[in-house]
Write a protein of this length. Structure first.
Length: 395
């Protein structure tokens, strides 16, 4: 077991608490946002050389936080609206970001400078589905928009109702910035692409399923059941289960879904979904929340909560105990545990770094050594006192 400790000599940067809004989400690298090596350059589709060094963090009050990943420090916060979406789509150029304004349910496109200090913003018009999570395809040609889930009473008072049902996703063509298709699903949330982009996986929160979509036709070709046997529906046809984290291994062989109401992590072989395995948490051991495959596809990283988070209770949620557990892909046996000082929200394991990046319940991003759990740095965007929903970061 790897214990968590602070090695002060290894801390790169600890940003001071500011007045900016608390961190809500990050589109974690392998959860649909494209990860490129931060210290290298690649050619974009326009022939321009882009330096991949920026991270993007969604803040609860409708701001987009920008991080310099080479120096691991805050660059700026960009105001989008009054309340933020829960995940942004970052194209492979590491400069083009699709997000949304929940004030009027409009899609927004940002083009950001290489150093992250300047940007242009373009409103693309109304989204045909409620804005919730945005995810880019690996080639950057398409952005997937999933519907916003049901809101708490407090959140609903702040966000105007769009009048749209929470049961569809929209596909946006980034060459034209137009929606080319909407697909009816059942409470869709997280989206994940394999590296070849031939499939799209969407977990359906209240359906306890994962939809498999052929990206050549944008048709649903399969529905994967999270549980081994049918679950009894609750009122309104919902199930007592919440598939949350979703990720495809970089080699494309495995799909993992974290389901904290069932207390399981489900792993499918993508070429043969009938080959399905579970990591089952014992009672009191934790509620699995997010999943992330290591860059070599040999390890599955899982976050867990020791109790359910309460909506809009940032102070209380920060006291929730969490762990990082690392499992071997071969037999799903636990390899090690990394303890955390506060509630972890999402995980990022970028290819270019030996660190693991985590979003927290106090509006910050942690950088930890993957093997020892030693804290190497922290970038802070907010502080306790503002509500945090669920977290993600895009690197």
């Amino acid at each position: 077991m790897a214990s968590f400790h602070i090695d002060r000599n290894r801390i790169l940067r600890l940003a001071r608490l500011g007045s900016a809004a608390a961190l809500v989400v990050t589109s974690l690298a392998t959860a649909g946002c494209n990860t490129q090596p931060a210290a290298t350059t690649t050619q974009t589709s326009t022939g321009n050389t882009a330096v991949h060094k920026l991270g993007f963090v969604v803040l609860v009050d409708g701001e987009l936080g920008v991080i310099d990943m080479l120096n691991f420090e805050k660059v700026q916060s960009i105001k989008i609206g009054h309340y933020g979406v829960h995940q942004v789509a970052v194209l492979p150029d590491n400069r083009t970001v699709y997000t949304g304004n929940l004030d009027d349910n409009t899609l927004v496109k940002l083009t950001i400078s290489d150093d992250g200090k300047s940007y242009t913003q373009k409103v693309l018009g109304k989204s045909p589905v409620n804005l919730h999570l945005l995810t880019s395809s690996p080639d950057g040609r398409h952005v997937v928009v999933t519907s916003r889930l049901e809101l708490s009473d407090e959140a609903a008072e702040k966000i105007p109702s769009s009048g749209l049902p929470d049961d569809s996703i929209a596909i946006l063509d980034t060459q034209t910035d137009k929606i080319i298709k909407t697909i009816a699903l059942h409470s869709p949330a997280m989206a994940a692409f394999p590296a070849d982009g031939k499939r799209l996986y969407i977990n359906n929160v209240h359906g306890a399923t994962v939809s498999v979509i052929d990206t050549a036709t944008w048709n649903v070709i399969d529905t994967l059941q999270v549980a081994d046997k049918a679950l009894e529906p609750l009122a309104g046809g919902k199930h007592r289960v919440a598939p949350d984290g979703l990720d495809v291994s970089p080699d494309g062989k495995w799909l993992a879904s974290a389901d904290y109401d069932l207390g399981t992590v489900t792993v499918w072989e993508t070429a043969n979904p009938a080959n399905k395995r579970h990591i089952t948490y014992a009672k009191g051991e934790g509620l699995p929340h997010d999943v992330r495959w290591s860059p070599d596809s040999k390890e599955l990283w899982v976050t867990d909560y020791d109790r359910h988070p309460a909506p809009m209770d940032e102070v209380g949620n920060n006291a929730i105990g969490t762990h990082l557990r690392v499992f071997d892909v071969t037999d799903l046996k636990q390899l090690r545990t990394v303890a955390a000082p506060r509630m972890i929200q999402r995980i990022s394991l970028p290819q270019y770094s030996k660190a693991v990046f985590l979003t927290t319940g106090i509006g910050s991003v942690l950088m930890l050594d993957r093997q020892t759990g030693a804290l190497e740095g922290e970038v802070v965007f907010g502080a306790l006192g503002r509500p945090v929903v669920c977290g993600m970061t895009s690197y």
